[in-house]
Write a protein that binds this ligand. Sequence first.
Ligand code: SF4
Length: 398
Amino acid sequence: MPIYSDSRLSMYEECPFKYKLRYRDNIKRDIEGVEGFLGSRVHETLKKCYDDLRLTRLDTLSDLLAYYNKIWQENWNDSIIIVKADLTQAHYRALGEKMIETYYNRYAPFDQDITMGTELGLNFPLDDDSKYRMRGYIDRLSRTQDGTYEIHDYKTSAHLPGQQDVDNDRQLGLYHIGVQKKWPAIENIRLIWHYVAFYEELVSYRTPEAISSLIQNTKSLIDEIEAAEDFPPRESALCDWCEYPDLCPMRKHLYTVEALPVNEYLKEPGVTLVNKYVALKDEVKRIGEEIQKVREAILEYARKEGVEVIKGSDCKARVKFEEKLKFPGKNDEERQELDNTIIEAGKWTEVSQLDTTALTDAIESGLWSKDLIDKVMKYGRIETTDSVRISKLSDEEK
Ligand code: SF4
């Protein structure tokens, strides 16, 4: 079994197809988003700050900014992508400077604790047989005066999570386990996230119960990944930063036609078909609305003239007004009361029938026992269905 990392697990959760390309098919791409590039340079700069400090040198803010700009320039290359069209390399570079300045002003002269290591590598098992192994890098491990060890993680993202999110965060929870495995004598561990764009520090602790449940959940997820045969693409906001648009069924066509000049683009068979389909659907919608209006006019005419049959040139319309018994719909407030009344009267099976959509959901989510699923599946069959859904292109996709 391979050694897992939190980022590897997250990739599977975010998009199984991307995971397959990266880890099963081993396709590596030398593409990086500017946000990731910025994060790496800020991390390297803060690492330098604490590494120098361990050698008794206190860097000034100008030293760190000079270093940051130097490594930015040295590492910048054409494969770095900027998704947000209204921002430039200079905006991101300045943002990184601001983060370093904010961090520096908050923590200088950095004497709150003793740094035990920066970019500290961990490689540890989750179980006694070393079947499930994890690896990771702690941005900074430190020890405070009261003997508490602190696992620090620098976050340069533009999103500040809530306390509950960090209390459930897997990455630093795993590092907690890794540190305890490496140094079993350590008792108190504090997890700290530095959200450098927000001048914010989020803190969390892990109880022994939380650690056991984290180990269990992580092992289950690894088992699921190891057993997976189906890796569906899962579209999300992260697709704009994905390095596999040319291989992904959700993005391949967008990627291919984006490179075509307008005159060729409009003639491309896929583009032509979608444009035609949308035009026809619009026409159907317009006709549907028109039919509805004429229908209402026919009913109104019948009411006014007191007739039930209206003659046209080749056809006639038969109009019927009748009263029908209606009950509250599925989402109406009174529906539950109605259901209960029938169930309590023991008449439920006389008026209800199996909801096969709910049954499919129950089977697919695996919530029922295997025994029951096997019994039910004797009646199930796999059929290929298809659908074409139309949606607007996002700004990034245009
Ligand atoms: S483009 Fe989106 S759906 Fe496709 S592989 Fe990448 S992340 Fe997954």
